[in-house]
Ligand binder design. Structure first.
Ligand code: ADP
Length: 503
């Protein structure tokens, strides 16, 4: 009935491994990892630099103090420029990364010795210098770099005193230009290596984790998509099987429920359609039998005209009338049912004396029951019981029930119509002493297609299986369910209740 397309391994591969979502997730993950790697490199380089500078400052904390010791003779009576320069030079020979300045008490640069460019500042801020000295040359702190307007650098500093009074400072920039250029070279190299290695590891990790993790994530989505596609292509048995929990599992569950419902509905529709076709075929058959009889006997009457004996003519006319009656009944039932089913028929309720209505139906069937040798009784009682009903419809209900009771009860049996009144309701029941309804038939007696679709041959003549459907429909429109109890020994009893209208 449904056909499943053969799986194409290539399309499966392309859907699974190269689906849009798969790559979106992978690339997003890769971008995040690259960002994290970049941040990691930046933090590593910055903190490594700080670590180096702090170590450098701590290690070289005494440099300025020692220079001051050697310099003392040259600042006793004013600054001996040449002597000072020589000491500065010697210090820089030993440690070429430093730059040495002599400052006055206001921070102005008196003399200096540095390689390369000239100075951009004439003075440096004293506050960091004082804090540094006060800490015993142990603080990690930056001060102005005389070679730049903005840059600050780590330094070592010591006071120069003459006659016990402060006469200036020796200010040693510990990471001078030579240090900067050497470091830039080394650091550039180091960073390049760090970045390339980190990125390589990152990409590898991203690739491996991405392949595995996103395959797991998209695997479920792929399963869902392929199942939904199979369903769309007509495989109504396709259901999503996931070993997952959470939203995807809920989605799968909802889809499966929807698929179940659709499959059931479709099956029901197909069954109804089959039954409908069978019903039309059977109804045509039911209608044809009386029509054929009418046609045949009417034709004989017409052809033989006076050549028929009176008894023959009577017999033919009787059959024609009987068949026409059957035909009328069938057409009426069909018409009634189609009206009821099309919801065109709404009950015109009016207050009616139920006892009167029941009495009329009883009288109408007395002759028929008598003819069949069945005793028909009606326990109607005296008085008036007013119910608000559509009299025509309710008469039809009673007629169908009594008609069935007589039809399905053998000669010698009995049919009883009974009205039982209670406080606010009245129960109307039609009971017979027939063979009862077979248990396998019972669930379907109110189903308009049952007898025709089930086993038309077994049906007794005269009925189309619509009588009880009409009864049920009419009572539904009056808000009452129809009840039935039946057994082979007890016969069958149908009953329903209606609310009484008290004046
Ligand atoms: P029909 O009588 O035209 O077949 P109904 O709808 O009136 O159709 O009844 C449906 C079926 O219910 C009948 O075919 C019969 O099998 C069963 N049935 C109804 N009333 C009785 C009854 N009083 N006794 C036994 N069987 C009954």
């Amino acid at each position: 009935m449904t056909e499943t397309k053969p799986a194409n391994p290539l399309s499966f591969f392309s859907r699974t491994w190269f689906s849009g979502l798969y790559w979106q997730l992978s690339l997003t993950f890769l971008a995040v990892l690259t960002l994290v790697a970049g941040t990691y490199v930046y933090i590593t380089v910055t903190s490594a630099r700080q670590y180096f500078e702090a170590a450098q400052q701590r290690l070289n904390g005494q440099v300025a103090g020692r220079i001051v010791q050697y310099m003392s003779p040259f600042v006793e009576d004013g600054v001996n420029e040449e002597g000072v320069q020589r000491i500065f030079f010697n210090a820089m020979v030993i440690n070429p990364s430093i730059e040495v300045y002599l400052l006055d008490t206001a921070g102005r640069i008196l003399t200096y010795h540095t390689p390369g460019d000239s100075l951009l500042r004439k003075s440096v801020a004293l506050a960091p210098i004082e804090r540094y000295i006060a800490s015993g040359q142990t603080l990690f702190i930056r001060g102005d770099d005389p070679k730049s307007d903005v840059r600050e650098k780590i330094f070592s500093a010591a006071r120069v005193e003459r006659d016990g009074r402060l006469s200036g400072y020796v200010y040693v920039v510990l990471t001078g230009e030579l240090y900067d250029s050497a470091l830039a070279l080394l650091l550039g190299d180091h960073i390049a290596r760090l970045v390339s290695r980190t990125l390589a590891v990152t990409l590898l990790v991203a690739f491996v984790i991405g392949l595995v993790a996103f395959w797991f994530i998209t695997r479920n989505l792929t399963a869902i998509t392929s199942t939904v596609r199979r369903f769309r292509e007509g495989d109504l048995t396709a259901r999503i099987r996931l070993r997952a929990t959470g939203e995807l599992a809920q989605l799968a569950e909802t889809f499966n429920q929807m698929a179940d419902k659709m499959a059931t509905n479709l099956e029901e529709l197909q069954m109804l359609e089959r039954l409908r076709r069978e019903l039309v075929a059977n109804i045509s058959h039911d209608l044809r039998t009386p029509v054929t009889a009418i046609y045949g006997y009417a034709e004989t009457l017409w052809l033989k005209k006076n050549g028929l004996a009176d008894t023959e003519r009577d017999y033919y006319t009787h059959i024609i009338l009987q068949s026409a009656g059957k035909l009328k009944h069938l057409v009426e039932e069909l018409f009634q049912l189609s009206k009821l089913e099309a919801l065109e028929s709404t009950p015109h309720r009016e207050p009616i004396n139920l006892r009167e209505l029941v009495q009329e139906v009883y009288q109408a069937f007395m002759f028929e029951a008598d003819r069949k040798g069945i005793s028909l009784s009606c326990t109607n009682g005296e008085g008036v019981t007013i119910v608000e009903i559509d009299a025509g419809m309710m008469e039809r209900v009673l007629q169908n029930l009594v008609d069935n009771a007589i039809k399905y009860t053998p000669a010698g049996g009995g049919v009883a119509i009974r009205i039982t009144e209670s406080a606010n309701t009245v129960e109307i029941s039609v009971a017979d002493t027939g063979a009862g309804i077979a248990p396998d038939v019972l669930p379907y007696i109110f189903d308009r297609y049952y007898r025709r679709a089930g086993n038309p041959q077994s049906a007794p003549p005269g009925g189309m299986g619509l009588g009880l459907v009409i009864v049920k429909k009419i009572l539904e429109l009056h808000g009452s369910p129809i009840m039935v109890e039946t057994g082979p020994a007890t016969g069958t009893r149908f009953w329903f209740t209606l609310p009484i209208v008290r004046a």
